[in-house]
Design a protein around this ligand. Structure first.
Ligand SMILES: Cc1cc2nc3c(=O)[nH]c(=O)nc-3n(C[C@H](O)[C@H](O)[C@H](O)COP(=O)(O)O)c2cc1C
Length: 325
């Protein structure tokens, strides 16, 4: 399938694997790229630029296809060494960067000078237009359904994607709630040039996370995620568990007076405990509503091939049938 996104990144299928903390290691990124999509290493999961450089090297050993790196710009007190991470990306010959969080304008010139294509993840049309204006090559439009940070506007993809299509000139992919061939065809119908998946890629054989995480996603329904940290204007969609119930109780009790310190136990440093050790109640971890559509743990290649075959059947048979009628 050829779209503006496959052309932009030099990939076979219009499928991107979004950056995921403690999930987006070289193994997953390489598997997605080898299957014809765009795999993404999560930059900040690597604690130093040197470790990111090493992760890029490891990924390069596992695939000769294009892959990218996610750079998440968070409003943290002590800023990570972004110039160091960007140097590792450039020196590592990576040609695609997924930015997320704050406006990436400060870092665009150096990325572009080095021939790197930038796709910025946005949860609103407003921010997507800003990304276009500052020179991003593409946008990943992340609807309210998404795992992770859906922003504060709560606009689901059935509205957000066609609104983005009305306004944007640069290509965009649909992100949030994407799982299968139906998602891809729907995304294309709504104006996107492909799709970005997070949660779906965790439940694959190659995802380098504890088996408990994969089983939790398969067991979950579309009703099992919760929004947390809204009072802090840092809303995150997570899978419900004991820690999340406790966090929500604190939010109810403390109301507008809540501070990050009040919930630190439920959110800080929990990813290694969950993703690596499989301690599922250790804290709040991002998961999309799309868990309700995830029923198995295939290899990445099986998943991508199935998506493309299903998309093809829907377009050629189901949709063509309506057209003929
Ligand atoms: C466990 C997990 C961790 C994530 N970590 C990040 C991250 O560090 N940076 C980022 O930009 N997005 C992160 N995301 C968001 C994904 O890249 C993607 O935008 C999102 O998962 C799409 O929604 P979906 O889960 O419905 O597919 C994360 C998502 C999950 C599920």
């Amino acid at each position: 399938m050829k779209t503006r996104i496959t052309e932009l990144f030099g990939i076979q299928h219009p499928i991107i694997q979004g950056g995921m903390h403690y999930v987006g290691f070289a193994e997953l990124a390489a598997a997605v790229s080898n299957a014809g999509g765009l795999g993404i290493i999560t930059g900040l999961t690597q604690k130093t630029p040197e470790l990111l450089a090493n992760e890029i090297r490891r990924c390069r050993e596992m695939t000769d296809k294009p892959f990218g790196v996610n750079l998440t710009f968070l409003p943290t007190v002590s800023s990570p060494d972004y110039p160091g991470y960007i140097k590792a990306i450039i020196d590592g010959g990576v040609k695609a960067v997924e930015t997320a969080g704050n406006n990436p304008v400060k870092w665009l010139p150096v990325l572009k000078e080095n021939g790197i294509k930038v796709i910025h993840k946005c949860t609103s049309v407003r921010h997507s237009l800003k990304a276009e204006a500052i020179g991003c090559d593409a946008v990943s439009v992340d609807g309210f359904e998404c795992g992770g940070h859906p922003g504060e506007d709560d606009v689901p993809n059935f509205i957000l994607l066609p609104r983005a299509a009305e306004e944007l000139k640069i290509p965009f992919v649909a992100s949030g709630g994407m799982a299968d061939g139906r998602s891809l065809v729907a995304a294309l119908a709504l104006g996107a040039e492909g799709m970005n998946m997070g949660t779906r890629f965790i439940a694959t054989k190659e995802a380098p996370v504890h088996e408990n995480v994969k089983q939790a996603i398969v067991a979950a329904s579309e009703l099992d995620t919760r929004l947390v940290m809204r009072p802090l204007r840092n809303t995150e969609r997570v899978l419900r568990n004991a820690a999340v119930d406790r966090l929500i109780e604190k939010e109810k009790t403390l109301g507008a007076n809540i501070k990050f310190e009040d919930i630190i136990q439920e959110v800080a440093g929990v990813y290694p405990k969950i993703m690596t050790e499989g301690t599922m109640d250790a804290g709040a971890w991002s998961c999309g509503m799309v868990a309700g559509l995830i029923h198995d743990i295939p290899t990445v290649k099986e998943l991508v091939d199935r998506i493309m075959a299903e998309a093809d059947t829907i377009i050629r048979q189901r949709l063509a049938r309506f057209n003929a009628g």
